[in-house]
Design a protein around this ligand. Sequence first.
Ligand SMILES: [Zn+2]
Ligand SMILES: [Zn+2]
Length: 97
Amino acid sequence: MADKIEGYLEIGTNDRGEVVLNLDRDRNGVGHIVFSPSQARGLADALNRKANEAEGHVCTGISATWCPIHGDCTCADREDLNDYDCPLHSSSSDHGD
Ligand SMILES: [Zn+2]
Ligand SMILES: [Zn+2]
């Protein structure tokens, strides 16, 4: 698959310790979005999941400890599988939906 970027995208940092994403959607003006470092990492994770989805990967079952879209289970208790920050089993995860 060829690499493809439509439009203009530039990623940098500002002097407040934030990540800045500049985009020129329609050549009428530059928009920008400012992320905290943790939000930027969350975006990277979300992009990764969508890339896997776009390639046709599908979620493993809800009780799996690994998924091609969501990655590895980080639950400390492999019996309960309910850690709030687990990419597979947190309440905010869409894994297995
Ligand atoms: Zn988990
Ligand atoms: Zn999944």
